[in-house]
Design a protein around this ligand. Structure first.
Ligand SMILES: O=C1C[C@@](O)(C(=O)O)C[C@@H](O)[C@@H]1O
Length: 257
C-alpha cells in the first residue's frame, strides 16, 4: 500500500507536493557577506532558503546572530527559511560547543523569524523531542537530518534512519550521503522510494552528494525527495549545482512526466 505524504506548506511553497522545491544556502562568514548573499538570493528567487549559521564567524554570539537574522529576514521575508547549525561530525563548517549550538537553535526558534530548523538524528530522541516541542509552540517546523560525508550506508540503514526521524516526530526527514560509486547513488534513490512507498507520511529530503550523485539532485523528486539543494552565491555541500541549471533540468524531467 502506498502511504500518503502530507505536504508541509509554508509561505505558499508545498514541500512534499507535486514538484521538488529548490533550496539555496546562505553561507557567508560575516554580516556583510551574508547581506550581499541575501540580495543575490532574492534576485534568483529560489523556493526556500537555508541559513547555514555554522559558517558564520560570530556563531557563538547569540545576540549578534539574532541581529543579523533580523536583517536577513528583512531581505528574504517572503521565502521559507531553514535555520541550520550543522554539527561538525555531520559536515559542519567548524566545531561549535554542543550546548551553545542547542541554545542558539532554541533562541532562534523563539524569535519566530525562521520557518524551519534542522536538527541531526544523532542528537537522540530526548533532545529532538525537546526541540520539536519548543519549535511547534512557536509554529516552526523541524527537519530531522542525517549526513554521511564518507560513504553511502546500506539501503536498510538509510531506510531505518529516515523512519526513525519520522518516529521521533519530525515534520520532514532528511538524509545526505556520499557515493563512492554509481551503485551507491542507486542505493540512495531506492531507499528513498521504499520509504516513500511503504513508510512515510511526512516529506523526505534525500541526496547523494558530489558530482557522482548529481542525478539525485536533479531527479530525486521522482523517487520521493521533496527538496533539492542548489548553489546560490556559493555551495554548502559537494555536488550542488547552480540553481538556474538545476531548475532547467528539473523542468525537462517534469514536462515529460
Ligand atoms: O543537509 C543538507 C543537505 C546538504 O548537505 C546537501 O548535500 O545539499 C546541504 C546542507 O546545507 C543541508 O543542510
Amino acid at each position: 500500500m502506498i502511504k500518503e505524504i502530507t505536504p508541509v506548506v509554508i509561505k505558499g511553497r508545498s514541500i512534499g507536493g507535486e514538484k521538488p522545491q529548490v533550496c539555496v544556502p546562505l553561507v557567508g562568514k560575516t554580516e556583510e557577506e551574508l547581506l550581499r548573499e541575501a540580495e543575490v538570493i532574492a534576485d534568483i528567487k529560489p523556493d526556500l532558503v537555508e541559513w547555514r549559521i555554522d559558517f558564520f564567524d560570530d556563531v557563538e554570539d547569540i545576540e549578534k546572530v539574532i541581529k543579523v537574522l533580523e536583517k536577513i529576514h528583512n531581505i528574504l521575508s517572503s521565502y521559507p527559511m531553514i535555520f541550520t547549525c550543522r554539527a561538525i561530525e555531520e559536515g559542519g563548517y567548524k566545531e561549535i560547543d554542543q550546548s551553545k549550538r542547542i541554545n542558539l537553535i532554541q533562541a532562534v526558534i523563539a524569535t519566530k523569524l525562521v520557518d524551519l530548523v534542522d536538527i541531526e538524528l544523532i542528537n537522540g530522541a530526548d533532545l529532538i523531542k525537546e526541540v520539536l516541542q519548543q519549535a511547534h509552540e512557536n509554529h516552526v517546523k523541524v527537519i530531522v537530518s542525517n549526513h554521511d560525508f564518507r560513504k553511502t550506508p546500506s539501503k536498510e540503514t538509510i531506510v531505518e534512519r529516515l523512519v526513525k526521524a519520522q518516529e521521533y516526530g519530525a515534520d520532514i526527514a532528511k538524509i545526505a550521503v556520499m557515493p563512492t560509486n554509481e551503485r551507491d547513488v542507486l542505493t540512495l534513490l531506492e531507499a528513498t522510494l521504499e520509504v516513500k512507498e511503504k513508510a512515510a507520511n511526512i516529506p523526505l529530503i534525500t541526496m547523494s552528494m558530489s558530482g557522482k550523485g548529481v542525478i539525485s539532485r536533479i531527479a530525486g523528486g521522482i523517487f520521493g525527495s521533496a527538496v533539492t539543494f542548489a548553489a546560490g552565491k556559493e555551495a554548502s555541500a559537494p555536488g550542488q549545482i547552480a540553481i538556474s541549471r538545476l531548475r532547467q533540468a528539473i523542468d525537462i524531467l517534469y514536462a515529460s512526466l
